[in-house]
Design a binder for this molecule. Sequence first.
Ligand code: GDP
Ligand code: IMO
Ligand code: MG
Length: 433
Amino acid sequence: MATVIIVGSQWGDEGKGKIVDIYTEYADEVVRFQGGNNAGHTLVVGNETTVMHIIPSGILHAGKRCLIGNGVVLDPQVFFQEAEMLKAKGYFQDDAQLVIDPAVNIIMPYHRAIDIAREKKAGCRKIGTTGRGIGPVYEDKVGRRGIRLGDLVHGQVFAAKLREVLPEKNFLLEKFLGEAPLEEASIYDEYMAYGESLRKYLGNTSRILNDGIASGHNVLFEGAQGTLLDIDHGTYPFVTSSSTVAGGACTGTGVGPCRIDAVVGIAKAYVTRVGEGPLPTELQDETGELLRREGHEYGATTGRPRRTGWLDMVALKKGVEINGLTGIALTKLDVLNQMASIRICTAYRCDGQLVDEFPPDVDMLTRCEPVWEEVPGWRCDISGTTCMEDLPRQARFFIDTVEKMSGCPVVLVSVGPRRDQTIQIVNPFGLRD
Ligand code: GDP
Ligand code: IMO
Ligand code: MG
């Protein structure tokens, strides 16, 4: 039995979807524990690309149970679109493959409207959110006025909650944000219908997982976003509104921390960021453009071009510490194929001082300049390499450097988007074998 948490170690889009798909082979259950359809997880199987926003990336493996844990926020409209897309492709043929916890908070139309209107009003001070209503729905969850899936399937409870909450939302939308108010009756009808259709997926995910673990199952926890977008530990306020770090897997599913065996942090061989906020190693030049082009760095959810930069070790070391990483899965190494030399940020210089710890406040981070170490590139195509021994010496040196600087072993190297473009060094599910 082993339980493995997958988290993004940087600013999201590290390739979590691909690695979850790979590790699902060893898992009995795969569970999402936070975030919502702000996530865009890309899976490439053969010539077919599938982007998952809300359903766990394990769903492409028939027979593997997928769960949406209590920490997730769910937009029913997006959920059904995704479910239909999967079914049309021949996946998710059995509805029993998916279980959704009743404590999941529902993203309502007013959450999306408020998210978009607030960003518009903020102008140049915007966060650069995905516009999916994530901040507003988590606000309501913490403010104890959220509508949960368990409410939606009980018409009377849902009606009473909606009646109570909507006037406040409309007041905000109309009087402060200058937007049109929303109509109660149409929301009620639409969401009651969603509740009916979602009923068949309802289940106690904490119970399923704990029972599974007790009977020797392997469980994979699929994180979304990344460590530096975490509500507490990220570059606040330029963050998402959930606990993206490993600790979030426990609160977001109801599995205790002592039940966790391994935490694998997915890290790109460079960095990207979508939206606003500091990115100390950002490259706004030809090299940055090359990374964007070679890495196809455009958002899987919003299509926005991703900002790009060299690997930031100060940030990655924070990810290792906060998540208690037992391993790093290093992705997109092939994107560096053409580089004659590769830079790694080992520290920052800030206000004349050398800083080797990720600054706690965003203003200080904005003033940080990277201190570089340069390593040689390999200047050849590694996208067909299937074992460490066949990687060029310079690529192995780069991996060794990442291990040494981070103090964390690299357990997987990814050299392309497809399943077969993966070098597994240590299988985190094998720890107890
Ligand atoms: P996620 O949000 O962490 O799941 O990552 P995304 O799916 O948003 O972005 C990762 C992108 O990189 C996707 O287009 C993947 O297909 C692709 N990808 C994943 N691993 C690799 C890799 O090793 N090499 C290359 N070239 N692409 C990769
Ligand atoms: P995956 O799971 C990259 C970013 C947004 C914005 C900030 C807040 O694919 O790695 P939100 O809509 O969550 O309130 O936006 O967080 N963001 C992501 N960036 N990958 C993601 O998910 C992201 N989800 C949110 O761009 O800067
Ligand atoms: Mg993504």
